[in-house]
Design a protein around this ligand. Structure first.
Ligand code: CTP
Length: 371
């Protein structure tokens, strides 16, 4: 629903062509269907982007002089405002008071980004990038189907020291585990994230425990597990660690030049298996399997064998051959369920994968199973 001013920047035909939907902006369009009431009731979420100083003022005053402001008065769903304007206008006490009023009425206001504005000036007032607006909007749409549940997630990749400056690590960025923690939070869970060297910041609103090695991750998980209703082992945990990490930096020349170096490695504990062994009744445990397939078995076949071996409830199987997963924004997985059909998630954002996982948990493993 563009305002009259918005249509001076981009006209209705452009909006209609790009969206494939009709554009409405007048209360007087299609009067018999009473559009402003119908649209306000129909919407599950309203996003106003950009929200100008004028729009904020009109909304704060409860004005109803176009379809957008009228619909804001009839909408009962969450409303997200993404203000964008020149810095002076944003910082003006009138605008700030309008924002405070709108927030006090339950509207959500995304603070503007800092950067280049429409002229040559820069500062706070820039419209946040679309992915940031989407990231702010998604939690407002989330079903609160994990409310009251305590969720424990491990994410990232462990590092096993070889000497004080080097380590054996892996390519996990932590993005999928972070998305899982984020969406559990959005869906109402209390979340603890055990974070091993994430490439991205940990989400706000979750308790973060930073860990380094497989041993420290194991300790954190075993400490937290008794309180958890759902445990997700998304971290890539080292299977082997150096038996005896050097106390000092390993030098190429130690008297004689070293032509090769042999590392003695020992097995680490299987944290997922330990969590399964110690699980309490009703606790849901979810593992991940990064597979590339082998000469004789496909990825799913290997995943199914792993689900049985590990004894968890769900196993999220990733095909990590080629460059398909690590560090990327998207993922493609199959969720194997020990007691139900597989759930295929075609290539999708890691947030969508996380949501499908939580949909599966909420539907198939509800908090209070019917006896
Ligand atoms: N995992 C774990 N502790 C380890 C290694 C892995 O808890 N020492 C967990 C991972 O977090 C993941 C699951 O086990 O949830 C499967 O990890 P993966 O590396 O795919 O399986 P492995 O058991 O290590 O089997 P393999 O490497 O032989 O495929």
């Amino acid at each position: 629903m563009p305002t009259h001013s918005a249509l001076r920047f981009v006209g209705s035909p452009t909006w209609e062509a790009l969206s494939g939907h009709p554009v409405a902006h007048e209360v007087w369009d299609d009067v018999p269907s009473v559009g402003h009431v119908e649209l306000g009731r129909w919407a599950q979420l309203v996003i106003v982007a950009p929200a100008t100083a004028d729009l904020l003022a009109r909304a704060a005053a409860g004005m109803a002089d176009d379809l957008l402001t009228t619909s804001l008065l009839t909408a009962t769903c969450p409303v997200l405002l993404a203000p964008a304007m020149h810095t002076e206008m944003w910082l003006h006490p009138a605008t700030q008071a309008n924002v405070a009023t709108l927030e006090s009425r339950g509207m959500h206001v995304l603070p503007p980004a800092v950067g280049r504005l429409t002229g040559t000036d820069s500062g706070p007032g820039r419209l946040p990038e679309p992915p940031d607006i989407v990231a702010a909007a998604l939690p407002l749409l989330a079903p609160l189907d994990l409310r009251g549940r305590q969720v424990l997630v491990s994410a990232g990749g462990t590092r096993e020291p070889l000497d004080p400056v080097r380590f054996l690590g892996n390519r996990s960025s932590g993005r999928q585990g972070v998305a899982i923690a984020e969406r559990a939070r959005d869906r109402g869970a209390r979340v603890t994230l055990v974070a091993a060297h994430l490439d991205i910041p940990a989400p706000s609103g979750v308790t973060v425990i930073e860990v380094d090695t497989a041993a420290s991750l194991r300790q954190a998980m075993l400490d937290q597990a008794p309180d958890a209703d759902v445990i997700v082992m998304a971290a890539a945990v080292a299977d082997f660690r150096p038996v005896d990490p050097a106390q000092h930096k390993i030098k190429k020349d130690q008297g004689d030049p070293l032509e090769s170096l042999h590392l003695a490695l020992e097995r680490t504990e299987d944290v997922l298996a330990e969590l399964v062994a110690a699980r309490r009744p009703g606790q849901v445990i979810i593992g991940f399997a990064a597979e590339t397939g082998s000469e004789d078995s496909g990825v799913i076949e290997l995943g199914r064998a792993k689900l049985t071996r590990k004894g968890c409830d769900l196993l999220v199987v990733n095909d990590v051959s080629g460059d398909r997963v690590f560090g990327r924004e998207t993922n493609e997985v199959v969720i194997l369920d020990r007691s139900g059909p597989d759930v295929d998630v075609a290539r999708a954002s890691k947030i969508t994968v996380a949501d499908t996982l939580w949909d599966t948990v909420a539907q198939r493993y509800p908090a209070h199973p019917i006896q």
